[in-house]
Design a protein around this ligand. Structure first.
Ligand code: MGD
Ligand code: MGD
Ligand code: SF4
Ligand code: MO
Length: 688
């Protein structure tokens, strides 16, 4: 007899957090559909969301901990024994090499909110500052850019916008439910402008599509700013009362004449004028979003700072239809950076990338690999990793494999034996997102979302895993809550709400209103600080950043040509962009969902027909791609001339047989964020 039960919850097959209804029979998920009551996704899902049924019931899923034996084979061992042995080994390493010789790394599989903060808490609880995550290749660069300018990350108010600008992002594929809000705005008359090096799914829908030379968005943005100043279509009231550095902006922008912009970016003079026309018509209702297409360049942070300055100059900041300033929820701090900062223990990367550490408290995953191998400046020997697969996702896969294989202890928590888990000493099976209660918060909509433990296979949640290790390592006092549920009640306590309240509206529990123009209210109340930056104002110019004395970086986000243009390597004449998202996959994930894998089993090298012809390559030919880091083989996909910027190619990551990270550099990075240049790798391509 069927005992079918249905629960409204949040999809975690990617980070977009759509609302789903999970239908469960006999402790098994049998169907997933969209939750029409979810305030953002409104009933829509994507193919990954519904394919979770196949993924979560996959016969390869792990239910028993595994330990590698002397011969290199994995054998099942009891959970308690695995936890005891991992904790004992971590303690032994700390005793032998120092407390900072261990660390924890969380990946995109559990990104954000409490799961991320739990990993941070765990590190500091057991006495090491070494917390790592996928965010040294994702998001942190944008976070730094927006926080430098606004002290927060303002969110696009698409439904009320007059002009929507998307830079280096492809929402229909990467954040499909955001299209609801974009379309809502467009139905009300908003224009859509897309800036991308490739003619993407969203570019095909745009009113204005700007094809730009990779890594030059900053120059284009300065050209737009120059034209805004020339036409005097900036918001002087906002600028005078709420910003610093405008005079410097006016002076520097003069360099970026339309002719110069065309030379640098390949974007015509007419396009700059057309964009200024649209800004003039729509201001202040300008809502923009920067994707990871901008952050994976050597000048990423400054390019993002520049494009977001357009919004502020147009007066869009915290205006209806512009860029909403999010509000907090007053939750208690789960991390221990205040109680136990542990700076004296040298968080890895904090010296070389001080802004990354100061603004994100991220240790640097690329530098970790070097440190494991070299033992310098201090030995690093034990790593706990959860929800990540860096063998496929970090730059320079060969180095990642070498480093992770040489650890004295490498413990991985995952649902599957991934390419990375295969290198581990221990693998602990992970509970999935339908097997734990967790919360998500949207500060722009002031809404919270809650999930529940709707399946139970006796598997440890992330919280139970970290609590279990911390207790065995003598740091149990930092994990006093019995389980995720108790932890969530503690987190909610100051808000006056309980998890039961949130469960009344799993598709979005509204805490209250997030009013527009909060800076105006502050001014009216006589306050002098309006934004959470060092000056309390929107900072076009950051004295704080300038004082870091990073070579080549001053307070204004000046445009610097990316390395491939400033100092081109003639041996590797083609510019390879990597990692454009595929609808079916999520980074290294979901090739084990047969119906998705069958449709797209292999990665392909997208190229312009002229570049293909010059290399004697035809569509479908096998090719070898080589950079100074390594090489890999794949299949050529010759595009329509409009589809990709001539001279550049693109290959998505996450494919085992065509692993593009075999050739990505781990040693060229944005000097502010430390991000590797995953969108600008110099390569050569030959037909095999
Ligand atoms: N289906 C699916 N969805 C995902 C993911 C996934 O793996 N699969 N990953 C998730 C994660 S973790 C993230 S961070 C997000 C990322 O989401 P997005 O930021 O939307 O990333 P992409 O869809 O790859 O789009 C990046 C675009 O930038 C373009 N680009 C490259 N270089 C430049 C440049 O110099 N200038 C400009 N203007 N454009 C450039 C590329 O051509 C590409 O179209 O996606 C998330 N969503
Ligand atoms: N060349 C190139 N490389 C890139 C990028 C690029 O654009 N170009 N993009 C980068 C970006 S933006 C990102 S975010 C990173 C992502 O890189 P990773 O952090 O490595 O992300 P995934 O490949 O999604 O791996 C997530 C793992 O978590 C597991 N998992 C899923 N749910 C759970 C859970 O609940 N608990 C646990 N313990 N495990 C779980 C999955 O099985 C999977 O193995 O990749 C980066 N890599
Ligand atoms: S976009 Fe797809 S995978 Fe991502 S949360 Fe929504 S339904 Fe899930
Ligand atoms: Mo990401």
């Amino acid at each position: 007899m069927s005992d079918r039960k249905s629960f409204a919850t949040t999809c975690r097959m990617c980070g977009t957090l759509c609302g789903i209804i999970a239908h469960i029979e006999n402790n098994k998920v049998v169907e997933i559909e969209g939750d029409p009551n979810h305030i953002c996704s409104k009933g829509r899902t994507c193919i990954k969301g519904s394919s979770a049924v196949t993924w979560l019931n996959n016969p390869d899923r792990l239910y028993k901990p595994l330990k590698r034996d002397g011969a290199g084979n994995f054998r099942e061992i009891p959970l308690e024994q695995a936890m005891d042995e991992i904790a004992a080994k971590l303690l032994e390493i700390q005793k032998k090499y120092g407390p900072n010789a261990i660390g924890i790394w969380k990946g995109e599989g559990i990104d954000f909110a409490q799961q991320e903060n739990l990993a941070r808490r765990f590190a500091h609880a057991v006495g090491t500052p070494n917390y790592f995550s996928n965010d040294t290749q994702c998001y942190a660069s944008r976070h730094i850019a927006f926080y430098l300018v606004y002290g927060c990350w303002p969110l696009a108010d698409y439904p009320h916008a007059g002009l929507i600008i998307n830079w280096g992002t492809n929402a229909p594929i990467s954040h499909s439910h955001w299209m609801q809000a974009i379309n809502e705005g467009r139905e009300r008359g908003a224009k859509l402008m897309v800036v991308d090096t490739r003619y993407t799914e969203i570019a095909r829908q745009a009113d204005i599509y700007v094809q730009i030379r990779p890594g030059t968005d900053g120059a284009f943005a300065w050209g737009i700013i120059r034209e805004m100043i020339r036409r005097d279509i900036v918001d002087h009231r906002f600028i005078d009362n709420f910003t610093v550095g405008y005079d410097k902006v006016v002076e520097y922008a003069q360099e970026f004449t339309p002719e110069k912009v065309r030379e640098i970016t390949g974007v015509s003079e007419e396009t700059v004028m057309r964009v200024a026309d649209e800004i003039e018509a729509a201001r202040p209702r300008i809502a923009s979003w920067a994707g990871c297409g901008l952050e994976h360049h050597v000048n990423g942070v400054n390019n993002i700072r520049t494009i977001t300055m357009i919004d502020a100059l147009a007066g869009a900041t915290d205006r209806r239809g512009g860029m909403r300033i999010p509000m907090g929820f007053g939750l208690p701090e789960l991390t221990l950076y205040k109680e136990k900062p542990l700076m004296e223990l040298g968080p890895i990367g904090a010296k070389r990338f001080p802004v990354l550490y100061e603004m994100r408290q991220e240790c640097h995953t690329g530098m970790l690999m070097d440190q494991i191998i070299s033992g310098k400046p201090y030995p690093f020997k034990g790593l706990v990793m959860t929800a990540a697969n860096p063998v496929l996702t970090n730059a320079n896969s060969a180095k990642v494999r070498k480093a992770l294989s040489s650890l004295e202890l490498f413990a991985v928590k995952d649902l599957f034996i991934t390419e990375t888990a295969a290198l581990a000493d221990y693998i602990i099976p992970a509970a999935s997102y339908l097997e734990r209660e967790e919360m998500f918060f949207n500060g722009s909509l002031r809404a919270a979302f809650i999930t529940g433990k709707y399946l139970d296979y006796g598997l440890q949640t992330e919280y139970e895993f970290m609590k279990g290790l911390a207790e065995r390592m003598g740091a149990g006092e930092y994990f006093p809550w019995k389980d995720d549920h108790e932890l969530n009640e503690w987190l909610l306590k100051p808000t006056g709400y309980t998890t039961a309240d949130l469960h009344t509206a799993p598709g979005g529990f509204i805490f209250g209103e997030n009013p527009y123009e909060k800076h105006e209210a502050k001014l009216a109340a006589g306050e002098t600080r309006f934004f959470d930056t060092p000056t309390g104002k929107v900072e076009f110019y950051s004295a704080h950043l300038e004082a870091k004395h990073i070579p080549g970086i001053d307070g204004l986000p000046k445009y610097h040509a990316p390395h491939q243009l400033a100092d081109p390597d003639t041996e590797y004449p083609i510019l390879l962009s990597t990692g454009a998202r595929k609808q079916k996959y999520f980074h290294g994930r979901y090739r084990n969902i047969p119906q998705l894998y069958k449709a797209e089993p292999h990665g392909k090298l997208e190229m312009h027909p002229d570049d293909a012809a010059a290399l004697g390559i035809k569509d479908g030919d096998r090719v070898r791609v080589t950079s100074r880091i390594g090489s890999f083989e794949t299949t050529a996909q010759v595009m329509h001339p409009k589809e990709i910027f001539k001279g550049s190619m693109q290959h998505t990551h996450g494919f085992v047989d065509e692993n593009v990270n075999e050739i990505t550099y781990d040693d060229v990075s944005d000097p502010i964020s430390g991000f590797p240049v995953l969108k600008s790798i110099q390569v050569k391509v030959e037909k095999i």
